[in-house]
Design a protein around this ligand. Structure first.
Ligand code: UGA
Length: 434
């Protein structure tokens, strides 16, 4: 298949390289000439495990030639199908901002006006139910001067890729969701995905575009709420002096609960769970429905960093004291700090008048943009030195190996938000939910 992909961010670049790896000819379209050059040089424009190898293999100077990039939408004309992988950022009221999607659909529609034969457009970005049908398709129709179902078909194919394991997640999906309001669009999506579906023996869900859009939100809302529920239970455990991890291990033996996403602690962050929960809450409220469980899941997530700091307050008055923050990324394996729980934790420490010294193996540069004024250490040991207390926000493996480093603290108090630090003699250790 000849595939064009609009947008070369985390999703667009990963999907493009993986499609090329499946044997398709792929062109990435992006307004950023720097990103385009990077891909055409055979380099990955983002940090994602396994991606540099795939981009080098298919776009590099000695590659298969199955992947290239351009800033020119005319590249669409030589392809059968276009995937829209543009960002849908969050508005202040929690809803999603569709302006980038609308601009992309406008350019795509204008280009399709010049295409003689059938074309399929697939929305891959996370958009609230009804967006493909009510916003994207009308723009494509208006700009191309043609009608959906006659000159082109529209589909919706949500992604379920985690940052850090996106390539592996793409190549080994637990499901492939093909949403289409049109048989020809569905057939094209099958042509694209069948090599993957066969190779991975993946279950396929065929549905309409609105349901496909909702499946993505339901997936993320469920996972985020699962973490909030285990955090709620974990907080109760802590009140009773019970270890929430022992409880989680036991309930995970129930197949209906399962063992994943039961790590209680300081809560969820990242570019997806926070944005997606807010967006679906906002969309539900627009329909005059009050999504109480989801709203509580968000509220509880907002509370966890404060509980962490309350526990620290129980041991140290941090005003004018040096306090170490271990971990800044929203999860291990990434330098992404978007909605990281470290942000409210650092805010709370600063409000208390603490001198914050932060450490993360890879995310320091990104956190510097949020907090240019705090001190950044280049190792956990350096951050802990002379600190009156420490909080752990990200479960980087290296924190599990910390031991004698705590002896250099002025007051060895550690409040662990991720159950990663080992308890040891001489350390006042406080787990958030254990
Ligand atoms: C998430 C989903 O897992 C993907 O399926 C989805 O495709 C993606 O969002 C998206 O919408 O694009 P991601 O944000 O990369 O992926 O991160 P996760 O690995 O799901 O972790 C999210 C947050 O939950 C992290 O802050 C992590 O520390 C936290 N978490 C996770 C817990 O607090 N406890 C757990 O047991 C698991």
């Amino acid at each position: 298949m000849e595939i064009s992909i609009v947008g070369s961010g985390y999703v667009g670049t990963t999907v493009a390289a993986c499609f090329a790896d499946l044997g398709h000819d792929v062109v990435n379209i992006d307004i950023d000439a720097e990103i385009v050059k990077t891909i055409n040089d055979g380099d990955a424009p983002i940090h994602e495990e396994g991606l540099p190898e795939l981009v080098a293999e298919h776009a590099g100077p000695s590659g298969t030639g199955r992947l290239h990039a351009t800033t020119d939408y005319a590249a669409v004309l030589d392809t059968d199908v276009t995937f829209l992988c543009l960002p849908t950022p969050q508005n202040d009221d929690g809803s999603i901002d569709l302006s980038i999607m609308e601009a992309g659909a406008t350019q795509l529609g204008e280009t399709l006006a010049q295409k003689g034969d059938w074309h399929t457009v697939v929305v891959k970005s996370t958009v609230v139910p009804g967006t493909t049908e009510e916003t994207i398709t009308p723009i494509l129709e208006a700009e191309s001067g043609t009608t959906a179902g006659e000159a082109f078909g529209v589909g919706m194919n949500p992604e379920f890729l985690r940052e850090g394991t996106a390539v592996d997640d793409f190549l080994n999906p637990d499901k492939v969701v093909l949403g289409a309001d049109d048989d020809r669009a569905l057939a094209t999506m099958h042509d694209v995905f069948d090599p993957l579906i066969k190779a991975a023996d993946a279950p396929v869900v065929e549905t309409d575009t609105r349901t496909a859009e909702m499946i993505k939100y339901a997936n993320n809302a469920f996972l985020a709420s699962k973490i909030s529920l285990i955090n709620d239970l974990g907080n109760i455990c802590k009140e009773f002096g019970i270890d929430a991890y022992e409880v989680a291990d036991a309930i995970s033996l129930d197949d209906r609960i399962g063992e994943q996403f039961l790590r209680s602690g300081v809560g969820w962050g990242g570019s997806c769970f926070p944005k997606d929960t807010h967006a679906i809450i906002s969309a539900a409220e627009e329909q005059d429905y009050d999504p109480t469980v989801l709203k509580s899941a968000v509220e509880l997530n907002d509370r966890q960093p404060h509980r962490l700091l309350d526990l620290l307050d129980g041991h140290v008055d941090v005003a004018d004291e040096r306090v170490a923050v271990l971990g800044l990324a929203f999860k291990p394996g990434t330098d992404d700090v978007r909605n990281s729980r470290a942000i409210p934790v650092i805010d709370g420490l600063r409000k208390r008048g603490a001198d914050v010294v932060a450490y993360d193996p890879v995310a320091t540069a990104n956190m510097r943009e949020h907090f240019p004024d705090i001190e950044y250490a280049d190792s956990a040991a350096a951050a802990l030195k002379r600190a009156q207390g420490a909080v752990v926000v990200t479960d980087w493996d290296e924190f599990a190996a910390l031991d004698a480093e705590f002896d250099a603290m002025a007051d060895p108090v550690v409040v662990d938000g991720r159950r990663i630090v080992e308890r040891r003699e001489g350390l006042t250790y406080e787990g958030l939910t254990w």
